[in-house]
Each structure stands twice: as structure tokens, then as C-alpha cells.
Write a protein that binds this ligand. Structure first.
Ligand SMILES: [Zn+2]
Length: 171
């Protein structure tokens, strides 16, 4: 596949080169196009310090020692993308996670309370598995999980109808 410039709308609008997943290397910023083949079973909402945005420890305290009345709720969502050349774990934070899950953080909290983490992920699998995405971001090595991950800066859902029309136009 030839790398092509892909322009995406977003906060930091910039051009990413589209690469095959097998060609991704640590530190590279790129776009990949693939299907969601797996969701990570973990709670997408976690508590953070309102002052420094750090994740809280087990006692719900800020690691930097800030005091606060109520923590902020932050979102992170992981899924595995497959483009035929390989797979990569993609990480979506904040608004990207909310827009991929299609729920605001508050609703995720309610749903996880109602269904549990496993139940919630199962519910979302129905919507998300097989969905084709164009994800742009930075390839990093997660030392904690010892995996290579794509941290999404931006993503688009590929509309299968538009894609099909493009292919018809080419022939
Ligand atoms: Zn803090």
C-alpha cells in the first residue's frame, strides 16, 4: 500500500501518512485504516485529580497531593485494529473515547454500574466489532503492558457506502 496524505479535522489539524499496521514503528505519527476486532475488558471511566488531571491511587488520592472535593471522570478506551497486515492496540482518550463509544462519561458510569464492566463491553461489542476506522495518532511502546500501541489523536469511522462508491468510481 502506498502511503498517502490523509487530512483530518480536529483540534490539532495535521497531515498523517497512512501506513500498514505491520510497518508501524515506535515514535511514528501515522494513520491506519482497519477493522475493530477486539475490545479491551476494562472500565473506560477512571477518576482523576481536577487540578493536575493525574489518575488517582487506590485511596482516591492525587499522586501530587492535591486536595479536592469531587474527582473528575476521565475516559480511556482500548480496542484492537486489524488491517490485514497486522493488528495494533488503539487507545482513545477523552472526547475520542466518548465519541467512539457514543456515550458521554456519565452514561458510561451508569451503564457500568448497571451491567458491570464485562456486561458493558459486551454491549459495546455489538456496535463496534467489525467497524472500520481510520485512526491517526502516535505509535508508542507501553512499558506497563509491554505492547506497542497507537494513541489516537483523531479518528473517523469509514462509511462503507462512501468507500464502496469510491471503489466503483475507480473502476
Ligand atoms: Zn493533582
Amino acid at each position: 500500500m502506498n502511503p498517502e496524505g490523509v487530512e483530518l479535522q480536529g483540534k490539532a489539524s495535521k497531515t498523517y501518512h497512512q501506513l500498514s499496521i505491520c510497518d508501524l514503528q515506535e515514535g511514528v505519527e501515522a494513520s491506519v485504516k482497519g477493522c475493530i476486532v477486539q475490545l479491551t475488558k476494562r472500565n473506560p471511566v477512571y477518576d482523576t485529580c481536577p487540578a493536575c488531571k493525574k489518575g488517582l491511587d487506590k485511596e482516591k488520592r492525587c499522586p501530587n497531593g492535591h486536595n479536592f472535593r469531587e474527582p473528575n471522570h476521565s475516559m480511556v478506551f482500548n480496542c484492537v485494529l486489524d488491517d490485514g497486515s497486522g493488528t495494533i492496540s488503539c487507545v482513545f482518550f477523552g472526547k475520542n473515547a466518548e465519541s467512539l463509544i457514543a456515550y458521554p462519561a456519565k452514561m458510561v458510569i451508569d451503564k457500568v454500574n448497571e451491567l458491570g464492566v464485562e456486561g458493558f463491553v459486551k454491549l459495546k461489542e455489538d456496535d463496534l466489532l467489525g467497524m472500520e476506522l481510520l485512526v491517526s495518532g502516535k505509535v508508542v511502546h507501553n512499558t506497563f503492558s509491554d505492547r506497542t500501541e497507537l494513541i489516537a489523536n483523531n479518528f473517523q469511522q469509514i462509511n462503507p457506502i462512501i468507500e464502496a462508491k469510491k471503489m466503483l468510481g475507480k473502476t
